[in-house]
Design a protein around this ligand. Structure first.
Ligand code: 6PG
Length: 472
């Protein structure tokens, strides 16, 4: 009998190829489709000896090789290419087959495609995958959502290929509809925010205190050995040691200070605005990428104004300690914002996202993996409905003292004229969130003054409107 294949991949770019080879390494017979023969050859050439991996150049052949119900992942660029693949598969698939979009699709596109499932005639799921090339090959973090029954069909293979925290696989069902892509989008928003925070820490230490790249390596490497242990800090430490191939310089100093993006951070901010949930650290990260693009204007503006010296007077050892605490508390606050957003989306968008499982699958394999997630997992497990992890007593005890470091660093950076938008937004969010009383009573008075928008009172129930004294 001809070889039957367990799983197929459409799109053999770096992620698709590596994910498929990962499946093969776990004993699954896999077939990969790409129109480009060099990619199918690269797939077969990269297979571990003894594994069953085949590359094909037509969808018809791919479908004919699969055992039923067929299980197919596509990793193609988000947008129209996904719709095109779904259309091409329509005449080839059957009712119980499952097709999974594993790319970074916008969750509203995923929701629309799920709505069209009946016309497709097969199951469609959206699934976030994080971990880059290495993660795809050795164990990514996987965030599937949608049809719970269809998920059961693919669960064994996903559990086999996912990263492991101890023995626990970093994959779980993320909820209804487009929940998989929604959780991945928020993951990316947090990724943007932590990267921006790390950029600011680098800038403050370099411009404010004159640390060299080898010294920055030492500091970040030291942090990565303690309670800040995380993938993004680990790679940042490594970056400071990398030499340029064309000169004696460090590579980081040769890179233009303009950051690109594919949009997932912006989508997170847009969705947060729609939900009415505040994620200002993520917003700051998105804004800073935009400001980075204004290179010409920045150069001109730098010559127009009298700016502070950028030097920070505080002694080196104190700054290092304050910076550790600032970094720790800002990162906790940024996760808190992302998780609060997921909690709100879960209800408002009716996705039923199990918050503890989102945290669980982020513990290993993904870009935002960090030792802190183990702590957040315990918090969310004990209280799955928690609206914000800053309300947890253990979290409060953990950052109560450290926030002082954040306050000192934001103050020093502000004095020195070094931008710290993400760090200060983290601090301002914290200060607002812990303010029993905010000045929004004045906002309500103003709204009622000019627009009769009414207000509520602190001393009696009901909705009120006043005849305000006319402005002089
Ligand atoms: C991941 C990454 C991955 C990708 C980002 C980059 O989890 O593996 O998040 O999805 O590297 O989308 O996003 P930008 O290009 O927008 O920075």
């Amino acid at each position: 009998m001809a070889q039957q294949f367990d799983f197929a991949m459409i799109g053999l770019g770096v992620m698709g190829r590596n994910l498929l080879l990962n499946m093969a390494d776990h004993g699954f017979a896999v077939v990969g489709f790409d129109k480009d023969a060099t990619k199918t050859n690269a797939l077969e050439g990269g297979a571990t000896p003894g594994t069953i991996v085949k590359g094909v150049n037509t969808l018809e052949e791919m479908v004919s090789l699969l055992s039923k119900p067929r299980k197919i992942i596509m990793l193609v660029p988000a947008g129209k290419p996904v719709d095109d693949v779904l259309q091409s598969l329509q005449p080839l698939l059957e009712k119980d087959d499952v097709i999974i979009d594993g790319g970074n699709s916008h969750y509203t596109d995923t929701a629309r495609r799920i709505e069209s499932e009946k016309s497709f005639g097969f199951h469609f799921m959206g699934m976030g995958i994080s971990g880059g090339e290495e993660g795809a090959r050795r164990g990514p973090s996987i965030m599937p959502g949608g049809d719970a029954g269809a998920y059961k069909n693919i669960q064994p293979v996903l559990e086999a290929i996912a990263a492991k925290d101890g023995t626990e696989p970093c994959v779980a069902y993320m909820g209804k509809g487009a929940a998989g892509h929604y959780v991945k989008m928020v993951h990316n928003g947090i990724e943007y925010a932590i990267m921006q925070i790390l950029g600011e820490v680098y800038d403050i230490l370099k411009r404010g205190k004159g640390f060299t790249n080898p010294q920055l390596h030492e500091i970040f490497d030291g942090w990565n050995k303690g309670d800040l242990k995380s993938y993004l800090i680990e790679i940042t430490a490594a970056i400071f040691l990398q030499k340029d191939e064309d000169s004696d310089a460090d590579l980081v100093d040769k890179i233009l200070d303009v950051a690109g993006s594919k949009g997932t951070g912006k989508w997170t901010s847009q969705s947060a605005m729609d939900l009415g949930t505040a994620i200002p650290v993520i917003d700051a990260a998105v804004s800073m990428r935009s400001i980075s693009g204004l290179k010409k204007d920045r150069v001109k503006a730098a010559g127009l104004y009298t700016l502070p010296s950028h030097e920070i007077a505080t002694d080196v050892e104190t700054v290092k300690q304050q910076m550790h605490d600032a970094l720790f508390s800002a990162i906790v606050i940024c996760y808190a914002q992302g998780l609060a957003m997921l909690q709100k989306a879960s209800v408002e968008l009716d996705m039923q996202i199990p918050l503890q499982d989102a945290v669980k699958v982020w513990r290993q394999g993904c870009i935002i993996r960090s030792a802190m997630l183990g702590i957040f997992y315990n918090v969310c497990n004990a209280n799955p409905g928690i609206s914000n992890i800053l309300l947890d007593e253990a979290i409060a005890a953990m950052i109560n003292e450290k926030v002082k470091g954040l306050r000192s660093i934001v103050g020093a950076a502000t004095e020195a004229g070094i931008p710290s938008m993400a760090l200060s937004n983290a601090l301002n969010y914290f200060d607002a969130f812990t303010s029993e009383k905010l000045p929004l009573n004045l906002t309500q008075a103003q709204r009622d003054f000019f627009g009769a928008h009414t207000y509520q009172r602190i001393d009696k129930e009901g909705i009120f409107h006043s005849h305000w004294n006319a402005a002089e």
